[in-house]
Design a binder for this molecule. Structure first.
Ligand SMILES: [Zn+2]
Ligand SMILES: [Zn+2]
Length: 174
């Protein structure tokens, strides 16, 4: 998915539109791998805004299958890419002091897949819950607690409370 932008960088006032498919079926992030459930084409609009200067506007939306943080149920999470940024030619990049890396630029070529990967990382939600009050799964039997109690004894008794309970029960027996 390399797009050669030499023409846009070098011809004043030049505009170009590209619409292409982001090919990967899944997105890997750290040790996690999320299935891409659906995706729109990636639309890129390039405009020359001066000598060796290009403005890129990018649009894409996709839906990722991300497991709920608590119960691991798959949540369909939309991720939108909506970017307008200036691209730097190899010449301009060398002159810049802050060297804000555009790792998806290789000379005059833009690697669209690398660009999208970077944007997914920026836009992916840090924490995904299937619902705000997800109860998670039982640590003992793995039962989905959103579907009701499993009956496991997950209550950890406070020894002081247990003592009071004993006294109470003892009194009742009398
Ligand atoms: Zn959940
Ligand atoms: Zn359980």
């Amino acid at each position: 998915m390399l797009i050669n932008l030499t023409d846009v960088f070098t011809s004043e006032g030049k505009e170009r539109v590209e619409s292409l498919l982001y090919e990967p079926e899944s997105f890997s992030y750290g040790s996690a791998r999320y299935k891409i459930h659906e995706k729109s084409p990636l639309t890129l609009h390039f405009s020359n805004i001066g000598k060796e200067r290009v403005l890129m506007e990018a649009e894409m939306r996709m839906v990722l299958d991300i497991p709920c943080d608590r119960c691991l149920k798959i949540v369909k999470e939309p991720v939108e890419i909506h970017v307008a940024q200036e691209l730097f030619s190899p010449e301009a990049a060398g002159q810049r002091e802050d060297q804000d890396e555009q790792e998806f630029m290789h000379g005059y070529e833009l690697d669209a897949e690398e660009f999208v990967n970077g944007e997914i990382i920026i836009n992916i939600p840090v924490k995904v819950l299937c619902r705000p009050d997800c109860k998670g799964i039982c640590k003992q039997c793995g039962h989905d607690l959103n579907e009701g109690e499993c009956g496991c004894d997950t209550f950890v008794p406070d020894p002081r409370m247990a003592a009071i309970k004993d006294i109470f029960n003892g009194n009742k027996e009398v």
